[in-house]
Design a protein around this ligand. Structure first.
Ligand code: UT7
Length: 319
């Protein structure tokens, strides 16, 4: 059994914070942020919203696009590192919001690679006959784990959610997925556990990133995964129609595009207006390019991500 993406959806909160906003409270500037990251602005959730409520908006849009009723879904996987609760999973909270009475529902915690991990796992479920209609989501309330006095992180991340419906099909849609991790880098990008810290030392659970060290490993690793993905499919660079990278840094994205000999017009970019939305960035970019007509049925799309762990991965998809 094969699997194909039959619908996409996205949600971005209404509130937007421009780079200029940070200039009054931090030693930073619009020029620095844009030159080093490619970011101009990011969306931030309102007090009444949550990771699950953003996931619900994105999921409903993906279900509409696929022409599916929520109760037909038999698998929900949410990639998130900013869940509503430690447990139950955001997937279970979403299941309740969607009114689905019985299905498999769980979260995947793979930092910025959360969506790629969720997609890879769902693909295996469908291939093995364990599911037929899956909702795969990347959703993050990053603003709730940021220290707004830390200029090296708070200017980078934004909030949002993206979703796809993945259905069992005869035709091949997901060509391959490739998942990796290497825990030796666990101290370069992390968020502490708030429960443990409340008990032990009262540290706040903020995102900490050694950006430049992460950057160097990300560039090398993502270059390698391009080769791995193409080789696994017996494809060459020119077979790929679109690159949808995790939107961490325009300089990282450009170096992967260069590796693929791909002009930047063939790279779906959202980083300027959305910042780094972690596991939400790939499904949000996919949704944008599908809805504006750039990505069409039959196009071959390479998605790749890298994040805290380190965890990284790719998916080669025929739309
Ligand atoms: O999404 C998951 C994976 N994450 C990534 O892939 C992120 C990878 N890393 C990056 O994108 C980049 O490393 C950053 C954008 C985070 C930082 O850019 P960089 O070119 O690597 O800068 P840096 O960390 O080497 O810092 C250069 C200087 C430092 O000052 P000194 O030590 O040279 O005086 C920083 O303190 O820039 C300073 N700096 C800032 N200056 C103005 C750090 N943040 C800021 C800021 N505004 N917001």
């Amino acid at each position: 059994m094969n699997a194909r993406i039959t619908g996409t959806g996205g949600y971005l909160p209404e509130k937007i914070i421009h780079n200029k906003h940070f200039e009054s409270s931090l030693e930073t500037s619009d020029e620095w942020i844009y030159a080093r990251t490619g970011i101009r602005k990011r969306h931030v959730i309102a007090a009444h919203e949550s990771t699950a409520s953003m996931a619900e908006m994105a999921a409903n849009r993906a279900l509409d696009a696929a022409g599916l009723d929520a109760d037909e879904v038999d698998l929900i996987i949410v990639g998130t590192s900013s869940p509503d609760r430690v447990f139950p999973s955001t997937a279970c909270i979403l299941q309740d919001k969607l009114g689905i009475s019985d299905c498999v529902a769980f979260d995947v915690q793979a930092a910025c690679s959360g969506f790629i991990y969720a997609l890879g796992i769902a693909h295996q479920f469908i291939k093995a006959g364990g599911a037929k209609k899956a909702l795969i989501i990347g959703a993050e309330a990053n603003s709730r784990i940021l220290d707004y006095s830390d200029r090296s992180t708070c200017v980078i991340f934004g909030d949002g959610a993206g979703a796809v419906v993945l259905e069992a099909t005869e035709e091949q849609g997901i060509l391959s997925t490739h998942l990796h991790s290497d825990g030796q880098y666990k101290d370069l990008l992390y968020v502490n556990n708030p429960i443990k810290d409340q008990l032990e030392d009262g540290d706040k659970a903020y995102l900490t990133m050694h950006g430049n060290d992460v950057y160097k490993v990300a560039v090398k690793t993502l270059g390698r995964i391009v080769d791995e993905t193409l080789d696994a499919n017996g494809m060459v660079k020119s077979d790929v129609d679109w690159l949808i990278p995790h939107q961490a840094n325009i300089r990282i994205i450009s170096s992967v595009a260069k590796k693929l000999n791909m002009p930047m017009e063939k790279v779906v970019l959202t980083i300027e207006n959305q910042g780094n939305t972690s596991s939400a960035s790939i499904p949000l970019a996919l949704d944008q390019a599908v809805r504006d007509g750039r990505i069409k049925k039959g196009h071959v799309v390479l998605m790749e991500a890298f994040g805290g762990g380190f965890v990284w991965g790719s998916a080669l998809v025929k739309m």
